[in-house]
Design a protein around this ligand. Structure first.
Ligand SMILES: C[S@@+](CC[C@H](N)C(=O)[O-])C[C@H]1O[C@@H](n2cnc3c(N)ncnc32)[C@H](O)[C@@H]1O
Length: 347
């Protein structure tokens, strides 16, 4: 089992109460992790965020370590250089950033060979309240991949291509738009870290960009939120947190969680959906698909709806059914032109 560690340690999860830059150099080999999800300190006195958010900090764990604004450009270059080194070819990285120091993160990314895939906007609730200008209620998420291999992007891990949202649009399309509206978690009375990322946000990145058994790294663990979700989704996790108080408290919390605890709760396409994807279509199935489609149309069903039903029934994707009924596969063209198949008139 490759867990990304230089000492070939076979632990599924490994965390270091260290600076992530020197820690990466010491413990992680080149090309060793599948996915990095990181939310670096923002360089805006994040250790005093209660002032920005006007909130009660009684339940917030001490010890958030900030980076002085003057050091932010060099700091960003250094940790992102390490992130690039430890990512496997085809690996992905998501960096969450506020607006203030975004330019330094973008500059640092430009100095790497990482490839930009998306600049995502995460829209959240509880924005920074202001009276004389608009309220700031979004973060930036920079999604990049490392060249050298096809990157993991599980297009249909959450919604099938035929699933519809309440307004009739494609759920898969909606889920893959580059503006994500995900609320922060409100945890009154519970001990928490400053700036905890919501579980749903992390689930989304990890579901799309990794598979069970992959190694997920967070360079700035904070509340161990990335590691907790990685464990819940049956991934390995590695990470760094420089603050001793945050590290000690959250590591204990992490250990209480069971591997795979989130697997039953995540959004997945209906079961057995693509059971037959990639398998050749038998002649019997092909005829049945064409017959069913004809009878659907006979009953006044739209072509789209008919394809959705057939896709569910035959365990194949939307486009594969479309190609069959449009006769653009060799076999279906043959079937449509052959009298001996005894197909309905409509075909
Ligand atoms: C924005 S917070 C991360 C929050 C985290 N994503 C969560 O959901 O709780 C940044 C964290 O990085 C830590 N940190 C600051 N400098 C660091 C460094 N050089 N190496 C590792 N961790 C560092 C801070 O103490 C803080 O906990």
């Amino acid at each position: 089992m490759n867990t990304g560690l230089k000492d070939n340690n076979s632990q599924r999860h490994k965390f270091f109460n260290e600076d992530c830059i020197s820690g990466c150099k010491a413990h992680l080999g080149d090309d060793s992790v599948d996915l990095i999800v990181s939310d670096p300190p923002y360089g805006i006195q994040g250790d005093k965020l209660d002032k920005h958010y006007n909130r009660n900090e009684n339940h917030v764990i001490d010890g958030y370590v900030e980076v002085p604004a003057s050091e932010y450009p060099a700091f960003s270059e250094n940790w992102i250089k390490q992130a690039e080194r430890i990512l496997k070819p085809g690996g992905s990285i998501y960096i969450v950033s506020g607006y203030t120091n975004l330019v330094h993160i973008l500059n640092a990314l430009q100095k790497t060979q990482l490839q930009e895939k998306n600049h995502l906007i995460w829209k959240y609730n509880f924005g920074v309240y202001t009276r004389t200008k608009y309220i700031s209620s979004h973060y930036h998420i920079l999604y990049y991949t490392k060249k050298g291999k096809r990157h993991t992007f599980n297009t249909f891990a959450r919604y099938a291509d035929f699933e519809k949202s309440e307004n009739g649009g494609s759920s898969n399309y909606k889920d893959r738009e580059d503006v994500w509206i995900i609320n922060r978690e409100f945890k009154p009375g519970q001990t928490k870290n400053k700036n905890e990322l919501p579980t749903q946000l992390l689930i989304k990145m990890i579901q799309f960009s990794s598979n069970e058994g992959d190694v997920v790294c967070d360079m700035f663990l904070g509340s161990f939120s990335t590691a907790k979700v990685a464990k819940g989704l049956n991934r390995h996790s590695i990470g760094f947190e420089i603050s001793k108080s945050a590290f000690d408290h959250q590591k204990r919390e992490f250990e209480k969680l069971e591997t795979g605890y989130l697997l039953d709760q995540i959004r997945k396409p209906p079961k057995n959906l693509f059971l037959n994807q990639g398998k050749p279509v038998s002649s019997d199935d092909l005829i049945q698909i064409l017959r069913d489609h004809a009878s659907h149309l006979d009953c006044g069903m739209s072509k789209k709806k008919s394809i959705q039903k057939l896709s569910e029934k035959f365990g194949r994707g939307y486009w594969s059914i479309l190609r069959i009924i449009d006769g653009t596969t060799n076999k279906s063209a043959e079937a449509r032109s052959s009298r001996s198949w005894n197909l309905p008139q409509l075909l």
